[in-house]
Design a binder for this molecule. Structure first.
Ligand code: NAD
Ligand code: TDX
Length: 338
């Protein structure tokens, strides 16, 4: 196989994909701008491998992207690059619109000229908006797109652009929409690593609103396996939902982690709700199960314990993430006690 061009491969999910792909002896070119969430330490173990090349840069830089397609024979593009945090998108949407929509368009325009075999757009269940309550039917690939926050809207915009390129240009695109990921190397602004990091430091843990919002959790390595099954056997022009049928209320996951870590529930601090906070996400993964024979392998409780252990072993990595600018952003937003 020719090279796989990965964007955003130094982030949380991208680095898990790149690590796995390099171990499979696939040839990987990784383009990442290294924003606050992109970290080359995430890829320490493979940086010297012969089948791996890293390039620092922006997917919106047309000259750079074109030079990569000219230099390397690329057959597959996997687009992870994105601004990914909902709270940041509520504070300002420009960066989200630029990378998530414009960047996707630039990648597709250049990829089109070089006759690639497939373009995998890494999307999210957030494009569907939220489910009203616990009784509502879960999202299928046919559910209407109805994003509720600026991050989700930017991802939905990208999905619509990708769909239009498939229809208009017969561009060989596939879209995957995964539910909430957790696991090692996730930037500790996201809920699960934030709980673990702050609990390790005996700091209060912010729980938004009434804490009864529901998320559908998947271990990052299961997500990555699903992506390989899509790359190998997915059908061009299709959308695939990815999920582990694992819906949990925020308060329950928080209490569960505190219990495993032997920490007191007095660390829980109810704070003001996120604006427009989506109530429930729930992915119906029947299509990928039936058509691509994909099934998540990890048991949630064991994967959570593995994740907690990773943060304990890599507390320095997490401390380095929490630099001055992040602390300011966080304190301004939630007025947390340090
Ligand atoms: P992340 O923020 O950890 O990583 C994003 C990476 O993209 C970073 O390494 C960053 O430096 C890079 N990047 C940002 N802007 C770029 C640009 N202009 N050019 C090149 N690189 C750029 O995010 P993540 O959680 O790993 O998410 C990866 C993808 O998966 C995103 O597209 C996200 O929408 C999607 N997704 C995430 C989840 C989740 O639960 N985290 C669930 C479903 C889908
Ligand atoms: O401090 C917190 N307290 C809290 O109660 C944080 C950071 C979050 N929460 C709540 C908000 C959500 O209901 O926890 C839930 C999960 O929040 P996030 O980790 O910010 O994830 P979410 O908003 O669900 O979005 C995620 O899933 C879909 C990812 O960040 C996206 O990139 C992905 O597309």
């Amino acid at each position: 196989m020719d090279n796989i061009f990965v964007t955003g491969g130094a982030g949380f999910i991208g680095s898990s994909f790149v690590r796995n792909a390099v171990k499979r002896d696939l040839k990987i070119i990784n383009l990442d701008i290294l924003n606050y969430a992109g970290n080359l330490k995430n890829l320490n173990d493979i940086e010297d491998k012969k089948n791996y090349v890293f390039i620092k840069g922006d997917i919106c830089d047309e000259g750079l992207v074109e030079s990569i397609f000219k230099k390397y024979k690329i057959s597959i593009v996997v687009n992870f690059a994105a601004e990914s945090h909902v709270d940041r998108s509520i504070m300002g949407s420009n960066g989200f619109i630029k990378t998530n929509i414009l960047g996707t368009g630039i990648l597709m325009d250049i990829a089109r000229k070089y006759n690639i075999d497939r373009f995998l757009q890494i999307s999210t269940d957030e494009v569907y908006g939220d489910l009203e309550n616990e009784l509502a039917e879960r999202f299928t690939e046919k559910s209407q797109i109805y994003p509720s926050n600026p991050y989700a809207a930017s991802k939905a915009g990208a999905d619509m652009l990708v769909g239009s390129y498939y229809r208009t240009h017969k561009f060989p695109a596939i879209i995957s929409r995964c539910s909430n990921n957790f696991g090692p190397y996730q930037f500790p602004e996201k809920f699960i690593p934030l709980i673990i990091y702050r609990a390790l430091k005996n700091k209060s843990i912010p729980l938004y609103g009434d804490g009864l919002n529901i998320r559908d959790w998947i271990f990052v390595e299961d997500h990555v396996e699903a992506l390989f099954s899509i790359i190998e056997n997915g059908k061009i022009g299709e959308i695939y939902n990815i999920g582990s049928e694992n819906e949990i209320r925020n308060i329950d996951i928080l209490k569960m982690i505190l219990k495993i870590m032997n920490k007191n529930e007095s660390l829980i601090e109810y704070v003001k709700d996120r604006k427009g906070h989506d109530r429930r996400y729930g992915i119906d993964p029947s299509k990928i199960r039936k058509e691509l024979n994909f099934e998540s392998k990890h048991i949630f409780e064991i994967a959570i314990e593995k994740t907690i252990q990773w943060y304990k072993d890599n507390i320095k990595w997490a401390e380095e993430c929490i630099d001055g600018s992040y602390r300011d952003y966080y304190n301004n937003n939630y007025k947390m006690k340090e």
